[in-house]
Structures are given as C-alpha cells and as structure tokens.
Design a binder for this molecule. Structure first.
Ligand SMILES: NC(=O)c1ccc[n+]([C@@H]2O[C@H](COP(=O)([O-])OP(=O)(O)OC[C@H]3O[C@@H](n4cnc5c(N)ncnc54)[C@H](OP(=O)(O)O)[C@@H]3O)[C@@H](O)[C@H]2O)c1
Length: 291
C-alpha cells in the first residue's frame, strides 16, 4: 500500500491493535508512546503479528503543549510525509490534575494535543491528500455541555473523560474547518468498549455516585483483562476509518464502532459549543480565559 501512518498511543490497548491492523494492510506504521520499554515491546509485537518490518517508534508525552511540540518535531524527523494520522492516545485521569499550561489533564491529552499536533504536523500532512483520525470515547451519542469544560466545579473521572471526548468531537469539526482547502480530511472514530490499561485502572469511584451500584455490571461489560481480545475488536473501526476509500475527499466524517457512518449528538455540532472549545484551544488559553 505504501501509505505512512502515525498512531499516537500505539504502544498498548486499541492503538497497538490498530497499528497491527494497519501494518498488516501494508502501511508503514510509526507509533508513539512515553516509555521506550513499552514502545520496543509494541514494535516487536506489531512485527510478529503483522509480518511487516516497516514500523518505527517515536517517544514523547502529550500532556502539555511543550511535549506536543517536541513529539511533533520528533515525528517530522522520522516521517516527513504522513498519509494518515491517528490521534488515538487518550486518558481518563482518576483525580483532577492541571498541567503547566493550566489545562486539566484529560482535556490536555484528549482535546488540546490532537488539535496542536495536527497543526504541528501540517508540513507532513500536506505533502499529499491525507486523513486525520480523532478517536472518541465515552457515550458517543451523548449530549455535550461545555459549561464546565475542565471540571472545575466537580470532578468525576468518567464524567470528565466523557466530556473531553465530546469536546474532542466538537474540536474535530473546528479542525476540519481550519483545514478547508488543504486536502486534509478529519474522521472521528468510535472504537467501542475494550479492556485496556485505561479501563482496567477504573474503580467504582471513577463513576458518578448514582452509577456505583452498577459497578459489578460494568466490570462484566469491561472485564479486568482479556489478553487484548476486546482491544483487537475495538481497533477494527479505526483501521476501517483509516483506510476506507469511501471517506476520501469528505472534509469531516464520523465512523461508529461497527465501522458505519454515524451521527453525533446535535449539541456537538452547535456552533456556540464549538466556539467555546476552539477558544479554549488557542495558545495561552486556560479554562478561565476560554469562558
Ligand atoms: N478502552 C475503551 O473502552 C475505549 C472506548 C472508547 C474509546 N477509547 C479510546 O481509545 C483510545 C485508546 O484507549 P485505550 O483504552 O487503548 O487506552 P490505553 O490502553 O490506556 O492506551 C493509551 C495509549 O495512549 C498513550 N498515552 C496515554 N497518555 C499519554 C500521554 N500523556 N502522552 C502520550 N501518550 C499517552 C499510552 O502510551 P504509554 O502509556 O505507553 O505512554 C498508550 O499507548 C483512547 O483515545 C480512548 O479514549 C477507549
């Protein structure tokens, strides 16, 4: 196939299985992660399971703007032309933390980083028509209320994570507008539930109080460890969204967990909500200045 793919957070979970699927399809795959050890292990596994040797690792941390810029430079050095960029790295913090830019950490990694990294990588993305995937999560059909965008009023891990994913969807629409005329399409993709490091780190306190009694049900839906089985299934929609010719030339699309075109909640598409998110993404903006 000869296409070059960069997958953030390709060292474990859904990202690793997306990397395996895309390497199997013949793409050159560059994965990013924070740990060399995890990264080298991932490369070995991608090579073994895909049969492809054309894989590379770039190390970097997406939790603040300086980290995004450093990772962006390292990616450009490794891969000067990118056909498909997959913003897969994501997190669900179990307690509220604010980074050096003044951003809540889930917001930083799930929303600020994909926006900033896309812009940093534009020299590589505009060498030829390209595609940027934004991996969403939480309940993708749910409503978006950006009134407490960085959970300053109250912090519940799953609620905050879900809101940052809605914000990432709104950001993706704003990003597609910013990229009009550049031949860079944006696709939001929902992988579906999987047992991964992120979901395994959840406890009953990750849920809002009214859902805590349902914790045993949640654990059955997302088992403690299934050896990557559910992550491999979840990665299928990312692989589809990365490769599908049917999405070529569409400025913005959404692909659901069944690899079908879907619809996001109307509140994600509301211009006012999008404007709040895009203001929060302008360099120098913190939660307070975004309002
Ligand atoms: N699991 C689910 O049920 C589910 C459902 C829907 C959507 N999703 C979404 O799917 C994506 C992958 O999630 P997953 O469940 O596979 O998670 P995971 O197993 O925890 O993997 C997360 C990946 O992101 C990387 N990462 C995390 N924080 C980072 C940071 N600050 N800087 C750079 N890299 C970072 C990790 O790399 P290192 O730790 O090696 O650095 C790892 O490779 C996320 O966007 C998530 O929101 C997951």
């Amino acid at each position: 196939m000869g296409r070059a793919v960069v997958i953030t957070g390709g060292t474990g979970g859904i990202g690793l299985h997306s990397a395996i699927g895309l390497a199997r399809a013949g793409a050159r795959v560059v994965v990013t992660g924070r740990s060399r050890e995890r990264g080298e292990q991932a490369l070995e596994r991608i090579r073994a399971e895909s049969g492809s040797q054309d894989v590379a690792l770039v190390l970097g941390d997406l939790s603040d703007r300086a980290g995004v810029a450093a990772l962006g430079d390292a990616i450009l050095a490794e891969q000067p032309r990118i056909d498909i960029l997959v913003h897969n790295a994501g997190m669900m913090a179990q307690e509220r933390t604010v980074n050096s830019d003044g951003h809540e950490l889930d917001f930083a990694v799930n929303v600020v980083a994909p926006h900033a990294l896309t812009h940093h990588l534009l020299p590589a993305l505009t060498q030829a028509p390209s595609r940027v995937l934004v991996v969403t999560g939480g309940k993708p059909s749910g409503p978006f209320d950006p009134s407490d965008l960085q959970s300053e009023k109250s912090f519940v891990p799953l609620v905050n994570y879900t809101m940052t994913k809605r914000a990432a969807e709104a950001m993706s629409i704003g990003l597609a507008e910013e990229l009009q005329g550049r031949d860079v399409d944006v696709v939001v993709v929902y992988p579906g539930r999987a047992s991964t490091a992120m979901t395994q780190a959840m406890t009953p306190s990750s849920l809002p109080w009214y859902l805590r009694p349902a914790w045993p049900v949640f654990r059955v839906l997302v088992p403690k460890d299934d050896g990557g089985k559910s992550a491999a299934l979840a990665a299928r929609s990312t692989v589809f969204a990365a490769l599908s010719k049917s999405l070529a030339g569409r400025s913005w699309s959404y692909i659901d967990t069944h690899s079908q075109p879907g619809t996001l909640h109307p509140t994600v598409h509301e211009a006012g909500n999008r404007a709040i998110v895009m203001r929060a993404l302008s360099p120098g903006a913190t939660s307070a200045t975004a309002r």
